[in-house]
Ligand binder design. Sequence first.
Ligand code: G3P
Length: 217
Amino acid sequence: MKFFIDTANVDEIREAASLGLLDGVTTNPTLMAKEADKGKTFRQILEEICELVDGPISAEAVSLDFEGIMREARELAAIHKNIVVKIPAIPEGLKAVKALKEEGIRTNVTLIFSPTQALMAAKAGATFVSPFVGRLDDVSSGGMDMVAQIVRIFENYRFETEVLVASVRHPMHVLDAALMGAHVVTMPYKVLMQLFKHPLTDVGIERFLKDWEKVKK
Ligand code: G3P
């Protein structure tokens, strides 16, 4: 299972990469906007991220028409070989996904809230689909139920498209994604660090260190 980090903050990405567990990065316009007031351009942030992580780096196109998406996608893909273009699950977006596949540009179809949106994105040739689980949970709909259905559909038809679980809010989303066989989970830095946490680990370390003091005497 691949671990991506869902942030445009280079300090967080550097820390996460240092763990040796990081396979890629996802960004979106909101995450980019959080970094924009630090004086860096969108392009500079992406270049820095590509220096830090040798894996797929998702950057989002914001055009909503086919020509605009194609233009942005080509510009983004030209920044670095690891850039994957995030495109919303709308008709113009999926037309672009198909055309970009023919050009060898990888895509991540985003803002997926139903299994049939994911099915269409896979048929169009998306490299990744991003079901947003937290935002579905927020409106009392089962985000992970959607993921289970997408995984099943992709297995049924042996699609190569990878299921990238997004809008992750807590470690249970990561656990459920792993149990369901999702290919990738992208998580905020906070959730990545929460995965390490267990009170018995802390208690165990404390006791071992205390006992080691007696051995040393
Ligand atoms: O990057 C897409 C997704 O992970 C956003 O998550 O927390 O804004 O719903 P969130």
